[in-house]
Design a binder for this molecule. Structure first.
Ligand SMILES: [Zn+2]
Length: 275
């Protein structure tokens, strides 16, 4: 049981925590861990026709619906505009205080080589907190947590300057249904913005009104493939972790890399956190 462990995912946009950590988050919460998501931007850039303000309000409701399904403690959304987040002292202070107030065992956030400028800004801001979290004279209105924090990154596909390294994997077959339902809450993204980015290729505009089994198959096909890639790419690790029979059967997984900043633990301890 992970009753005493606290996990904080800091993503750039509403839906990043679900995509990168959703299945593991549900798994950890089911085991008694306390899980929180933060979206640093308010999501007001992810559409082709809505006004920014209306979109941010809509996406906030989507995050809260998703949090309810996940059984997580909180899904907080900061008010930075999409595509305009900068690495400023003000933003760093805000993230620092959020980390210290939540006192997590593990903070998970994007890598610096991510594709989206907001992801890279969040990556830099969180990385900048990794050491400063223990500096007493910095943000001295917010006490330093008793335990130093482990920093980690979720799987990504970027190879430059170096590919992601899976220091821990988590099979999510048992939570994939909930992960897909969490993604399903983000209607503005999964059924509007992302199909738009894909030029509506193979997209049925009626899918959003169809019963859940059909929406689930759509989400699995278009958005679940990353978790299949992770399971296939790290099959040996899954077999090591769950044994030959169970490990070979895993269809969906998420993976995490230990950051060299923040609290250092052995790779065994790191893997154990997500098991
Ligand atoms: Zn994002």
């Amino acid at each position: 049981m992970k009753k005493n462990l606290r996990f904080l995912f800091i993503g750039a946009h509403p839906d990043d925590p679900e995509f990168e950590f959703g299945g593991t988050a549900v798994h950890l919460a089911q085991q008694g861990a306390t899980v929180k998501f933060i979206s640093v931007c308010n999501g007001n850039g992810g559409h082709y026709s809505m006004a920014r303000k209306d979109l941010a309000a809509r996406r906030y409701l989507e995050t809260q619906a998703s949090a309810k399904l996940a059984g997580i403690a909180e899904y907080e959304v900061f008010d930075y505009s999409d595509c305009e987040l900068e690495v400023t002292l003000e933003a760093r202070g805000r993230i620092m205080r959020a980390i210290r107030n939540f006192a997590p065992d593990v903070v998970i956030s994007h890598r610096l080589c991510d594709y989206h400028v907001d992801h890279r800004a969040v990556a830099q801001l969180v990385l900048d907190c990794a050491y400063l979290v223990i500096v007493p004279l910095y943000c001295n209105d917010t006490p330093i947590p008793p335990k130093n924090v482990i920093f980690a990154h979720p799987w990504d596909r970027f190879k430059d300057p170096r590919p992601f390294r899976a220091d821990a994997v988590c099979a999510i077959d048992h939570t994939m249904e909930t992960k897909l339902k969490m993604l399903d809450c983000h209607v503005s993204q999964l059924y509007e913005w992302l199909p738009h980015c894909d030029k509506f290729a193979d997209f049925d505009p009626e899918i959003v009104n169809k019963p859940w089994p059909e929406r689930r198959e759509f989400l699995k096909k278009f958005r679940g493939f990353r978790n299949t890639i992770i399971a296939d790419d790290y099959r040996e690790k899954l077999i090591q972790l769950y044994g030959k029979e169970a490990g070979e059967k895993v269809q969906y997984a998420e993976a995490f890399e230990l950051s060299p900043y923040g609290r250092q633990v052995s790779l065994e301890e790191f893997q154990e956190l997500f098991k």
